[in-house]
Design a protein around this ligand. Structure first.
Ligand code: FES
Length: 92
């Protein structure tokens, strides 16, 4: 049965994948994930963002690799993780 309040609403979540491969792990993927988890909790974004870890996204030479939905693989340093997530939420 379809929930009446959900009819017509956008059901799609933003999927954020953070690489935990060895190169990204060394560059702080744990800190990126912890920061994003904190933002999701504090801003009550659990219904908007699905945060996942991922194996190598093929861009090991820069900072921590992060991919939003099917977008490009970006390089994110832990200190920019909050701003990165919020920037993507603004354009959603
Ligand atoms: S280990 Fe993260 S992109 Fe390769």
């Amino acid at each position: 049965m379809v929930e009446p309040m959900l009819v017509g609403e956008r059901m799609r979540n933003m999927i954020v994948q953070v690489c935990i491969g060895s190169a990204c792990h060394l560059k702080g993927s744990y800190d990126v994930i912890k920061t994003m988890q904190r933002v999701i909790e504090e801003d009550d974004l659990k219904n908007k963002v699905i945060l996942k870890s991922s194996f190598c996204l093929g861009k090991c030479s820069d900072a921590v690799s992060v991919q939003v939905d099917e977008g490009p693989v970006d390089s994110v340093i832990p200190a920019d993780a909050e701003a990165y997530l919020k920037r993507h939420l603004e354009v959603e």
